[in-house]
Design a protein around this ligand. Structure first.
Ligand code: PLP
Length: 394
């Protein structure tokens, strides 16, 4: 079908989209309505952990769709229990609540921390978050986010989210008071431009939160589920948080997210938290397939190896073109361009012929790479060659 034949005008405007309609995908490749293919280093915004239309996920969802789609969250179902068991087996957490988006999982984390504060810290409710952080698009998670401009779009904000500076422990300490219940951060700020919290900062945060008897919450919606080369990014720092949220990669492309907590923190009472789709067997069956593939022997070692390969290639390019290096962990990386040419590169990459390339500029002066975790080194080479062609044309 031609682009003009789609009833695009019926869609509510929320952002500028290019005039193409994607019709199908496989692995690292996406195809549009004109049959053009694109090498995808965005993968649904770090969502399709196993690439487009992963066979294991398809099989799991096809099988589950014929068995049971939603018995209601008031009852247990098999995939929900199996996925919770898999997540607690492979993390430091004991309890899991499933949600449908990263923002909703973070809303759950905020509610759980406030509930815990009511019970154990004299009603403390403030959660210290960070400048340039991103926690979602609900009113509370926008208030928790440190994205410039977000304090005014839908004002008034939800109160109780003072902002500190990432990797600056003194900026956190000075905000802690009687009302503080937790510190919440992304172990790697994703939307902020792929900025890792240092191992030292994570350890200082753990010690500081323990000293004050408050909670440490990690938002691993983007950094979790193998993206950083370990199953969860908190593992890189050798600390155990009290609460973790997951989204994006856990569903491999379908709406699934999770809130995990240590058992002593899991203080919800009947009726405190829920949702009609939460823990539905169709999505949790997909999530079980994804996590099973991530924890299969050798898979995460492969992610680390491909992450190092991508890092080396980006460093080579940076040296060659006079850029400012790269940063990130595993297969969440950024090339630091040193000038605001990111959006132009992204646009030219998509328009390339015969094949396009999908890239993202999380900030105008950098490119963010979030390919499928099973991307091949040949595909990385292909992406680098396409990127060089674009840079030559600037
Ligand atoms: C760290 C982090 N938290 C939360 C979210 C929000 O997730 P969702 O878009 O699924 O609500 C995102 C999305 O980019 C994210 O990167």
């Amino acid at each position: 079908m031609n682009f003009s034949e789609y009833p695009i005008e019926s869609l509510m405007y929320i952002t500028n989209r290019p005039e193409i309609v994607f019709t199908h995908g496989k692995g690292s490749w996406l195809y549009d309505n004109e049959g053009k293919r694109y090498l995808d280093f965005i993968q649904g915004w770090a969502v399709n952990s196993l690439g487009h239309c992963n066979e294991g996920m398809i099989e799991a969802m096809e099988k589950q769709a014929r068995l049971l789609i939603n018995p209601s969250p008031a009852f247990y179902n098999e995939p929900m229990a199996k996925l919770a068991g898999l997540l607690t087996e492979h993390s430091c957490f004991d309890k899991v609540f499933f949600a449908n988006s990263g923002a909703e999982a973070n809303e759950g984390a905020i509610k759980l921390a406030r509930k815990w504060g009511k019970k154990h810290r004299d009603g403390a409710y403030e959660i210290i978050t960070f400048d340039h952080s991103f926690h979602g698009r609900t009113i509370a998670t926008m208030s928790a986010s440190g994205k410039p401009g977000w304090d005014t779009i839908y004002a008034p904000q939800v109160p109780g989210f003072p902002k500190a500076d990432l990797n600056d422990i003194a900026s956190v300490e000075k905000l802690i008071g009687a009302k503080t219940v937790a510190v919440m951060l992304e172990p790697i700020q994703g939307e902020g431009g792929v900025i890792p919290a240092t191992r030292e900062f994570m350890q200082q945060l753990r010690a500081l939160t323990q000293k004050h008897g408050i909670l440490l919450i990690v938002d691993e919606v983007q950094s979790g589920c193998g993206r950083a080369g370990t199953l969860f990014a908190y593992e890189l720092s050798g600390v155990e948080p009290d609460i973790m949220t997951l989204g994006k990669g856990i569903g491999g492309g379908v709406p699934l997210a999770a809130l995990l907590a240590k058992k002593e923190i899991a203080v919800f009472e009947a009726g405190d938290q829920g949702g009609t789709y939460n823990g539905n067997p169709l999505m949790t069956a997909a999530g079980y397939s994804v996590i099973s593939q991530l924890v299969a022997p050798g898979f995460l070692e492969g992610v680390r190896a491909r992450g190092e390969y991508l890092r080396d290639k980006l460093l080579e390019l940076s040296a060659e073109r006079g850029f400012q290096g790269e940063r990130g962990e595993g297969l969440l990386r950024a090339l630091l361009l040193g000038k605001d040419i990111g959006p132009e590169i992204v646009e030219k990459a998509r328009l390339m012929q015969p094949d396009g390339l999908l890239l993202n500029a999380a900030r105008p002066n950098l490119l963010r790479f979030m390919p499928a975790l099973n991307v091949t080194t040949e595909e990385i080479d292909q992406m680098m060659a396409m990127l060089r062609t674009i840079l030559d044309s600037l």
